[in-house]
Design a protein around this ligand. Structure first.
Ligand SMILES: C[S@@+](CC[C@H](N)C(=O)[O-])C[C@H]1O[C@@H](n2cnc3c(N)ncnc32)[C@H](O)[C@@H]1O
Length: 227
């Protein structure tokens, strides 16, 4: 049986991504990011799907720039923009990429329409878009389609919803996180809905390319005009 939400939970739920403004939450996430089982496996599949010659890459919810750091290693031509709303995360990303002119770090709350950043060969994201309300996830996917070059790739390594409460609990047990540490701004959505949305928006080759419990890699390609 579902328990009702307490008043304090409701207040927290009304403030998307608020937890990323506290040093405690950010530090805890960053200190545990490498320990998440199977994460490196999913990330490595994402890296395979970003073309080696991708020049402009946008990372939505870049955090401390983890994903761009991984991409930078074998995507030598890459000029990337890492976007995030959290001052603390942006500070960590700026520190990671200090002196690296290939990476630009931009402050933006992607609950709002994306700023004019030009076109991209790839848009990537890791564990970030699930913080948005479903309606905004959908419109953001549309904006991603619009700012991709023809043939460009959208690769979203995401925290997705389990089909049942039991599997949700099993995921938290598997990653050794108590359920109390679930992010208050999580708005988990199942893989199937997200795949359908991407197809409806016009993406090609849409599929879930990797999945383990609540971690999934969702990829779509913007068609080229010549098919
Ligand atoms: C779980 S962390 C993931 C960070 C990084 N992508 C990684 O893989 O380690 C989620 C990130 O999404 C960012 N985020 C959440 N909601 C956001 C929003 N509305 N606009 C921009 N960034 C947001 C947070 O600030 C945080 O850096």
């Amino acid at each position: 049986m579902r328990t009702s939400l307490s008043a304090s939970t409701l207040i927290m739920k009304a403030m998307p991504a608020e937890e990323w403004t506290t040093a405690e939450h950010v530090d805890r996430y960053l200190s545990r990011a490498d320990q998440c089982p199977r994460r490196a496996e999913g990330e490595s599949v994402l890296l395979e799907h970003v073309p080696r010659d991708a020049r402009r890459v946008l990372d939505l919810g870049t955090g401390d720039g983890r994903l761009l750091g991984l991409l930078e290693t074998d995507h030598r031509e890459m000029l990337a923009v890492g976007l995030d709303a959290s001052e603390l995360m942006l500070e960590a990303a700026r520190e990671r990429f200090a002196g690296d002119e290939r990476i630009e770090v931009v402050e933006h709350d992607f609950a709002e329409p994306l700023p004019a950043l030009g076109r991209f060969d790839a848009v990537v994201s890791s564990m970030a878009i699930h913080h948005l309300e479903h309606e905004r996830k959908h419109s953001l996917y549309g904006e991603v389609f619009d700012l991709l070059e023809p043939g460009g790739v959208f690769a979203n390594f995401e925290h997705v919803a389990s089909p049942t409460r039991r599997l949700h609990l099993a995921f938290f047990a598997a990653i050794d996180e108590p359920l109390e540490h679930e992010d208050p701004s999580d708005r988990l959505l199942d893989v199937e809905s997200q795949l359908r949305w991407l197809r409806e928006l016009g993406f090609d080759d849409v599929d879930c390319y990797w999945k383990w419990l609540e971690m999934a890699l969702i990829v779509g390609v913007k068609p080229t005009t010549d098919g």
